[in-house]
Design a protein. Structure first.
Length: 179
């Protein structure tokens, strides 16, 4: 099959036409004609507002075919089409679901539950320091035990304030032990 010859003129059709004539031939508004020309689809002739008729119409029809086939999106030159963005989002969701099934990722609920259990265990251990100290060191008075308990509560309260900023916002200074 012989290669197609690029058609630039057709008998009976003016070689150059105005923006209004292109608009009438294509059913576009004058503003849309200008937009299509800026995208390079409509071929400008030498004078302002003048277009090469046949190449412009062939380009316009070709662009409509590309759009219909899903291969081009002239309204978002270089940008992803909505369909591409939708496909990407679906793919990412499926990848996350698959990673979760493999056990590579945890849900927010799982992380919250496990860290909640850990925090409860740390709190219980720290608050039991005063009781353990009184058993281990028999000469501690009940007042000493209450003082130890208050110190442990203060440490937990301070730690909760500092770690909330660090965990939620992620931009707190590193935890430092205050003596």
């Amino acid at each position: 099959m012989a290669p197609r010859r690029k058609v630039t003129e057709i008998d009976g059709i003016k070689p150059v036409c105005s923006a209004a004539e292109i608009a009438a031939l294509t059913g576009l508004s004058l503003r849309s004609v200008s937009d299509w020309a800026q995208r390079g689809v409509l071929v400008r002739a030498g004078a302002k507002g003048q277009y090469l008729t046949v190449p412009s119409l062939l380009n316009y029809i070709g662009q409509l075919r590309e759009n219909k086939a899903g291969r081009a999106n002239p309204t978002k030159a270089g940008a992803l089409s909505e369909n591409d963005l939708n496909k990407r989002a679906i793919r990412q969701i499926n990848e996350l679901k698959y990673a979760q099934l493999r056990g590579d990722v945890l849900t927010r609920e799982e992380v919250t539950e496990s860290w909640g259990k850990f925090a409860t265990a740390v709190k219980g251990a720290l608050l039991s320091v005063s009781t353990r100290a009184r058993k281990t060191i028999p000469h501690l008075t009940p007042h000493d035990g209450e003082t130890l308990k208050r110190i442990c509560r203060d440490i937990l309260t301070d730690l909760s304030r500092r770690t909330t900023d660090m965990v939620i916002g992620g931009d707190a200074e590193p935890l430092q032990h205050d003596d």
